[in-house]
Design a binder for this molecule. Structure first.
Ligand code: GLN
Length: 500
């Protein structure tokens, strides 16, 4: 790659994509591999190896995920003000590698320690690599959406592959080469190794990025150097605190009560510097952020209740192929995103040409209706159940196909909206708010999952009924949210002014 290119040379690229996007694509792909490998193993490991009951495990799973996304908000803030994107990425990557190595050494004893390192690490890595993608483009470059769609595919290739790692731990994959007593060590170790590839890849990519992602403050001034060191030290000090907060979900509650209002107050302060038109659009942005909380609270059953449902209540038969239902639960959504993202993109462009492309509020509304249909499909798994309470993996897969359409109508649109609805100086912050909404979604997902969890001592068939009943309820919530969105869409459209 050309190492001497300047920022304007990067942004004035010919064709559809800037060539630097591929470096970021692969680093994010491997990071998501590591992240989703871990995510896929958490709840299962808590129930089957740390012997927690389903309810506790899901609350704790929800807490870890809530912290992961809440820290993306904090990681974004520190990158904006002190570290810059590059340093944040290296720091985040290093923390994630450390966390996974700890888990690989002793998954039982170092469980929460390893998870805590991964939480903060992801916080420094995840939002900032997305922001770097945005900086490859000039403001208003119409090719930006295509870039983010490509990047979203990278995310999901990583997520797809990472979802299979649990099968090494469970002993349903690579059994001939991995000794039985080391299965979980190898599974977590693989997450560490892959994260190392991500960081090394970024090391080579950064040379071609001109000044994108440099620290916003002058490093040669000692005071600034100390600020950066303070961030590193602060991160390490935060680790024991996070362990406490994740392992006791009451503290997670306190944290979640604090961080949302705090971010809103800060936003209000920033809004006092804006014009009325800018603030109208921010209000519209907040509206999308609020609804995304509900969306993720239902969608994110995937890593919690659906993971236990797959482990205990689904057969191994996917269209005649014998396969671990947890691997399907973890990975099939990502596979569908990879296949459907380009198709959805083409559909939107086609509709756009005919002037029929629905605006973003309508897309959000449709996303919710599709989400409802998907969870209704999960509900119908009960009709395929035998007396042992084992149901059809094919029906779960069908539900995920519908979930994926719902996601594509909401998630990439939301990312793009955050940049389009915010004035340039608040774009990073609004992106952080978008991810903070994911944190709240994850948090509520844990509570929802725990609510629908069957009590201990029930038969497997009763468990099947309990989970599927819950999915029907979620379908109802999603329908209600979808209808509310469609009804109030004219009001939101007004707030969005010229943005569609
Ligand atoms: N699946 C996407 C990712 O991992 C979005 C997740 C989210 O925002 N909750 O990046």
């Amino acid at each position: 790659m050309n190492q001497t290119s300047t920022l304007s040379e990067i942004q004035d690229f010919k064709g559809t994509y800037p060539k630097q996007i591929w470096g970021l694509f692969f680093s994010e792909m491997w990071e998501r591999f590591s992240f989703y490998a871990m995510r896929g193993m958490l709840t299962y490991f808590m129930v089957y190896h740390l012997f927690m009951d389903d309810k506790t495990a899901q609350l704790q799973y929800g807490a870890t995920q809530a912290f992961v996304y809440a820290f993306t908000f904090i990681g974004g803030l520190f990158a904006d003000k002190i570290l810059g994107f590059r340093r944040s990425l290296f720091w985040g990557g290093l923390l994630m590698i450390t966390g996974s190595i700890l888990l690989a050494i002793n998954p039982k004893d170092f469980f929460f320690l390893g998870i805590a390192f991964n939480i903060v690490g992801t916080g420094f890595f995840k939002p900032n690599i997305s922001s770097m993608v945005g900086q490859l483009y000039k403001e208003g470059d119409p090719r930006t959406d295509a870039g983010f769609l490509l990047f979203y595919s990278g995310i999901n290739i990583g997520a797809f592959l990472g979802g299979f790692v649990i099968s090494i731990g469970k002993g349903t994959m690579l059994t001939s080469i991995v000794p039985e007593n080391l299965r979980w060590n190898v599974a977590f170790g693989l997450a560490a190794f892959v994260m190392l590839i991500s960081v090394v890849n970024f090391f080579f990519t950064k040379k071609s990025l001109a000044n994108i992602g440099d620290s916003p403050i002058d490093n040669t001034i000692p005071k600034n150097k100390y600020k950066q060191i303070a961030v590193y030290v602060g991160t390490i000090i935060a680790i024991p605190l996070i362990i406490k907060m994740v392992s006791n979900t009451t503290y997670t509650d306190y944290f979640m009560f604090f961080i949302g209002p705090f971010s809103l107050l800060y936003l209000i302060y920033e809004m006092t510097k804006n014009t009325l038109a800018e603030n109208k659009k921010i209000f519209a942005g907040l509206f999308f952020i609020f609804f995304s909380v509900i969306f993720w609270a239902i969608f994110e059953q995937a890593g919690g209740s659906l993971s236990l449902f797959a482990a205990g209540n689904l057969n191994n038969n996917l269209l005649g192929i014998n396969i671990d239902p947890n691997a399907v639960n973890n990975s099939i959504n990502a596979l569908f995103v990879i296949i459907l993202a380009p198709i959805t993109g083409i559909l939107f462009i086609y509709l756009g040409k005919k002037n029929l492309n629905p605006n973003s509020v309508i897309k959000f509304g449709l996303g919710f209706l599709l989400l409802a249909l998907a969870f209704y499909t999960f509900y119908t798994v009960r009709f395929s159940a035998n007396e042992a309470g084992m149901g059809s993996l094919n029906v779960l897969a069908l539900g995920y196909l519908v979930v994926t359409f719902a996601e594509l109508f909401l998630s990439p649109i939301g990312l793009s909206l955050m940049t389009r609805l915010s004035p340039y100086r608040l774009q990073g912050f609004m992106m952080g708010m978008w991810f903070l909404a994911s944190a709240y979604g994850q948090y509520v997902a844990g509570i929802f999952g725990s609510e629908i969890s069957p009590d201990k001592g029930l038969t497997n068939l009763q468990k099947m009924m309990a989970y599927t009943e819950g999915y029907k309820e979620f379908a109802l919530y999603a329908v209600m949210a979808g209808i509310i969105l469609l009804v109030i869409s004219p009001l939101v459209k007004k707030l969005m002014l010229e943005v569609r």
